[in-house]
Design a protein around this ligand. Structure first.
Ligand SMILES: Nc1ncnc2c1ncn2[C@@H]1O[C@H](COP(=O)(O)OP(=O)(O)OP(=O)(O)O)[C@@H](O)[C@H]1O
Ligand SMILES: [Mg+2]
Length: 627
């Protein structure tokens, strides 16, 4: 039961509104028609039955009044004629018969047939006091219902006229009315069908428009609207739907803009990420930039992009094009770059260090104008690239310095070791030898005569002097104590004197300014710089003249050492990776840099070399021992 109910509900809910309205109208029209048909039929039947009853009464009464005389005269023929005439006059009379006072049939309308006693007894005249009155009865016979009327024959004959009328006319009338009503019903149904069709169209067209629009919205089309709609509830619904679509479309557009922004941001982040990753993976600037420019073109859908680096010793150009390009796509050294003819828009994004110095630029060639978010991405990429390049350079410098420092340390250890060996050798070969000679001389002093003693004392004196000189020399070699005793000025003067004596090179020394309050680190650094420069001149320069100028101004100490020797290629010597064999110039550089000073070395082949150092006196440097 429940299942059938559910099925019916499912079926009804799946039927279209148009069909539902048709069904409803059909049911209403049918119900109204059937009910009215029943009501009309009942009322017609009642009215007609009463009419037939009345007619039956009047026919039987009429015959009763007209049959008095014939009955008195016993004129059977006249009575029969009366019945026959009446029968002929009315189609729906089933029978007429006259009974005498004994209840016997005198005449009847059945021709040769007879009247059954059941029929005779079925109705009798009514007596109301002394009065006899016509009685009517409905008889249910094998020929259908018959309205029987029994009228008394006056005055004292005591006979009865019976007349039975069929319901033929009633049935015909009912049939007629029913047919008319059925036709009317069909007509009403057709008419209401047309009217309902029109009305449902008015009702369903806006609904089906709404349904169509909903389907379009479902398939993603948010631009369609319903322009004309009624002012009823469906119209209001349509107007609200249109409004809802407006706001939906707006929010959809907002969403797209938002998504585009997120995409741009993602691209930017992914590029920045790949850039930083790349800088982490590739230590070489060239590799990194080649990769970056390629990523730039791919990720941002560019036609072509260049990166130009012009910083320190690096002067490079990197290029990438989205389509196939000539041989060296990612790296070219031509001085000229050109965007293709179709790429009318050229953008340059400067690359700068943290201090604002130019490093180079990113150049983008585009066929169309780049929009604001795109330019922002490229600007931030340029900033990130600048930082990364600067970091890479700094990292390289730190690495180089670290290497130099390690090598210098190694060299110091070697030098110390060599110094120890040399001192041991000198103590063994010279000082120990002099002391042994002194022992021998002292023995002679014990044994010899006066004259010999005098000679031995002389020899001993000279041996002691020689030993003192040897020890002095050794001490000087270890550290110029003169620097501690008399200061930088005297130490440099003495060293230059020694240099002139041992090399036969003409050295011209100018020292000016006050050198009294210099700190020991600075004194040592300047002294070692002079020492290393003069050693290099001795070793390599083949110079004839050397000029040494040392100036102390109170703010800084500057040193210039110039020779007229063979010179050397500073670019290749200083640009090369540091080597353990050649650490003199690098060591000089390190010492001066630690004191916040600057060192410049200029050299021209066959013309000579100039070493220029400047060290500030009042710098707030930290205390680092470099000696
Ligand atoms: N005054 C100069 N004239 C000509 N060449 C020079 C001069 N000074 C330096 N050089 C060149 O520069 C190179 C580097 O010098 P540097 O002092 O750094 O190393 P080095 O003297 O070879 O070794 P180290 O000083 O470590 O014992 C030298 O090998 C030499 O070729
Ligand atoms: Mg050297």
């Amino acid at each position: 039961m429940k299942k059938t109910k559910k099925r019916t509900i499912d079926f009804l809910s799946s039927v279209s509104i148009e069909l539902k309205i048709y069904g409803m109208v059909l049911i209403v029209v049918l119900t109204v028609t059937v009910i009215s048909l029943i009501v009309v039929r009942i009322s017609i039947a009642n009215t007609l039955t009463m009419q037939i009853e009345d007619r039956a009464k009047s026919i039987s009464s009429d015959i009763a009044s007209r049959s008095v005389d014939p009955l008195l005269t016993h004129n059977i023929f006249a009575l029969q004629s009366l019945i026959n005439d009446t029968m002929n006059s009315y189609e729906d009379i089933e029978y007429i018969f006259i009974l005498n006072k004994d209840g016997e049939v005198v005449v009847h309308s059945n021709g040769k047939g007879f009247i059954s006693p059941d029929l005779i007894n079925s109705n009798q005249v009514k007596s109301e006091g002394d009065m006899l009155e016509t009685s009517s009865k409905k008889l249910f016979t094998n020929k259908g219902m018959i309205l029987d009327s029994a009228s008394p024959i006056f005055p004292d004959l005591g006979g009865t006229v019976r007349a039975g009328l069929t319901q033929k006319s009633l049935n015909e009338a009912l049939m007629k009315v029913t047919n008319q009503m059925i036709f009317t019903m069909i007509g009403v149904m057709l008419l209401s069908g047309v009217v309902v069709f029109g009305l449902t169209r008015i009702l369903t067209i806006p609904i089906s428009n709404l349904v169509q629009l909903t389907n379009k919205v479902y398939s993603g089309n948010l631009t369609e609207r319903i322009s004309t709609y009624p002012k009823d509830e469906i119209g209001k619904l349509t107007a609200s739907f249109n409004k809802m679509l407006d706001s939906l479309q707006k929010s959809e557009m907002d969403k797209e803009i938002y998504i585009e922004k997120i995409n741009n941001r993602n691209k930017e982040l992914s590029l920045l990420n790949s850039l930083s990753q790349n800088f982490k993976d590739h230590v070489q600037l060239e590799e990194t930039l080649q990769y970056f420019v390629k990523q730039l073109v791919q990720e941002l859908d560019l036609k072509s992009a260049f990166i130009e680096i012009d910083w320190k010793e690096t002067k490079e150009r990197y290029f990438n094009h989205s389509s196939s390009c000539a041989i060296n796509c990612t790296h070219f050294s031509s001085d000229l770059y050109t965007c293709s003819r179709s790429e009318k828009e050229v953008y340059a994004f400067p690359l700068k260090t943290g201090k604002g110095n130019d490093i180079g630029k990113i150049i983008i060639c585009s066929t169309s104008r780049l929009d604001e978010p795109f330019l922002k991405i490229l600007t931030s990429l340029a900033a990130q690239l600048s930082v990364s390049i600067e970091n890479l350079e700094l990292w390289k410098e730190v690495k180089k310095k670290e290497e130099v420092r390690l090598m210098l340390l190694e060299k110091i250890i070697h030098v110390q070791e060599d110094e120890r060996k040399r001192i041991a050798r000198e103590l063994h070969d010279e000082t120990s030898h002099s002391l042994s000679s002194m022992l021998v001389e002292l023995k002679l002093l014990e044994e010899g005569d006066e004259e010999q003693k005098q000679r031995t004392i002389e020899t001993l004196r000279s041996l002691v002097r020689q030993t003192i000189e040897e020890v002095h020399h050794m001490a000087w070699q270890l550290r110029p104590s003169i620097l501690d005793k008399f200061g930088l000025k005297v130490a440099i003067e003495r060293y230059v004197e020694e240099f002139k004596k041992s090399t036969n090179i003409d050295a011209d020394l100018i020292i000016k300014g006050s050198f009294k309050s210099l700190n020991p680190e600075l004194e040592t650094a300047i002294f070692r710089l002079v020492q290393e420069s003069l050693t290099n001149i001795t070793k390599y320069a083949k110079a004839e003249n050397v000029s040494i100028i040392v100036l102390s101004t109170g703010q800084q100490v500057s040193v210039v050492i110039e020779d007229d020797g063979v010179g050397f290629d500073t670019q290749s010597v200083l640009g090369n990776d540091p080597s353990k064999e050649h650490l003199g110039l690098l060591g000089m550089h390190e010492r001066i840099a630690l004191l916040n000073g600057t060192l410049h070395i200029e050299s021209v082949i066959d013309q000579g070399t100039t070493v220029l150092a400047k060290v500030p006196l009042l710098s707030d440097r930290s205390e680092i021992n470099v000696s």
